[in-house]
Design a protein around this ligand. Structure first.
Ligand SMILES: Cc1cc2nc3c(=O)[nH]c(=O)nc-3n(C[C@H](O)[C@H](O)[C@H](O)COP(=O)(O)OP(=O)(O)OC[C@H]3O[C@@H](n4cnc5c(N)ncnc54)[C@H](O)[C@@H]3O)c2cc1C
Length: 428
């Protein structure tokens, strides 16, 4: 591997969230002593995203929350000589001139450019609005959740609300629903697919969470399409028209949270001449088709490293792993192989941990854990373990993750057998 960086070089990182911060950290850990600049559009110090739908939203006070969820304290940026600039955009970048222009008008030159621009929430089509919403109503009642400012706005709106409709039964939608229930709101989740979490979880886990939400008083409507949204009478809250089994019915809610997935932020692609699809296309080292330009985190569409082909993975683990691999490649070290993707979610008092990817044709075997309510779901494809999803069973998760990573022999019959000792899989 050729070392691409020396002490005279400048690395410009666009995006200061999980991937961008991990990149700066990895460059320093791996011995880069040149200049690092990191630019982020948000007007805050880099903050963790996962708590925004969980602890951050479930509680009412906001002051200490902000401090508690900083990705790094401000001293860290000083100590690591990372020039972090918030509240500004990189509006364009030029690969031939190796420059980037900021929204302030300043032009920065770079030797290596890292795109850690993440993703933005997918918006509802404007055609869904049956009548125009006033800007006040839009601001108070219609929400997405991606950045701290979104969480701040939603949390404040929840103070005066009694009901919420969540559009989309993915992890973020369900976490928001659980947090809103904790704060006493009536919550309805509307999901177009026949089951919750259809894109990311096994049918068994979907069922588990559907039952959990029912038990906490959340109304779950699967196989239900949102047809239109209009202001409610009195201009407070929104009235939704939803369709299920060919029946259309109205639903009113003070707040509507739209959690229908994200779109990778590839606004800089064309200016840089980058290959892109559903993300910036990169190789296994997260390097793009343009020399010196890298893409990591949620925005990276990595062509290698996954048996399923080019993939964009949205998780904190992937943000950190991709940063570590790209930093190693820049420093001329041999990057470590891609790890099995892993993820977690928290809803009510339950913690889900998952590793691997659930295939469409999964044979799912469930197994009760030792603790009360603990369950794990093991997905096999053609007899090979490809994913583990555990709820309240960290030991099963750890063993399953190791088995997938190391390709250990394990059969559906073993997992289904309650007397089979999981620990024997990892030789302990
Ligand atoms: C509410 C919520 C809960 C989540 N929960 C979990 C969880 O439990 N577990 C888990 O593993 N993952 C979770 N995730 C996903 C995880 O947070 C993301 O995978 C992670 O944030 C990706 O990091 P990133 O740095 O690639 O992108 P992002 O976090 O999207 O950050 C990209 C940053 O780049 C900035 N930016 C973009 N373009 C520009 C530009 N041109 N100029 C300047 N700045 C720019 C953006 O403003 C943004 O701050 C959650 C995400 C959300 C939103």
């Amino acid at each position: 591997m050729t070392k691409l960086l020396n002490a005279d070089h400048h690395v410009l990182i666009i995006g200061g969230s999980h991937a961008g911060v991990a990149m700066a950290e990895q460059l320093r850990k791996q011995g880069f002593d040149g200049a690092i600049t990191m630019i982020d559009r948000e007007d805050t110090m880099p903050m963790e995203r996962p708590p925004l739908s969980k602890a951050w939203l479930a509680e009412t006070s906001t002051a200490e929350k902000t401090a508690g969820f900083l990705l790094r304290q401000s001293e860290w940026f000083v100590e690591n000589k990372v020039d972090f600039r918030s509240g500004m955009d990189v509006v364009s970048a030029d690969a031939a001139a190796k420059t980037a222009t900021l929204s302030t008008g300043e032009v920065l030159s770079w030797d290596q450019l890292v795109l850690a621009t993440g993703a933005v929430p997918r918006a509802l089509p404007e055609s869904i609005f049956a009548a125009p919403l006033s800007s006040t109503l839009r601001d108070e009642s219609l929400h997405v959740l991606r950045v701290p400012a979104d969480a701040q706005r939603l949390s404040a709106a929840m103070e005066n609300a009694t009901s919420m409709a969540v559009i989309g039964g993915g992890y973020i939608g369900l976490e928001v629903a659980a947090s809103a229930r904790k704060r006493g709101l009536d919550v309805t989740v509307i999901e177009m697919a026949p089951r919750l979490l259809a894109r990311v979880a096994s049918p068994d886990v979907s069922q588990y969470f559907e039952e959990l939400h029912h038990a906490h008083g959340t109304t779950i409507m699967t196989a239900t399409a949102l047809e239109s949204i209009a202001p409610s009478a009195g201009d407070r809250g929104l009235t939704l028209s939803v369709k299920s089994d060919d029946q259309t019915s109205p639903l009113t809610a003070d707040l509507v949270v739209v959690g229908i997935g994200v779109i990778p932020d590839i606004a800089l692609a064309d200016g840089l001449g980058l290959d892109h699809g559903n993300g910036f296309m990169v190789d296994g080292d997260y390097h793009s088709n343009i020399i010196g330009v890298w893409a990591i985190g949620d925005v990276a569409l990595a062509a290698e490293g996954y048996t399923q082909g080019a993939m964009r993975i949205e998780s904190v683990h992937h943000a950190q792993m991709s940063a570590e691999i790209a930093a190693a490649a820049m420093m001329g070290a041999i990057p470590k192989p891609h790890e099995v993707p892993w993820f977690w979610s928290e809803q009510y008092d339950r913690k889900l941990q998952s590793a691997g990817l659930v295939p469409a044709d999964a044979q799912v075997v469930s197994r009760a854990g030792k603790r009360d309510g603990a369950m794990s779901f093991w997905s096999f494809s053609e007899g090979v373990l490809t994913a583990i999803e555990s709820i309240g069973d960290p030991q099963a998760y750890m063993i399953g993750k190791t088995a997938i990573s190391e390709g250990l022999a394990v059969t559906p019959e073993q997992i289904a057998d309650p007397d089979f000792a999981l620990k024997s899989l990892i030789g302990r």
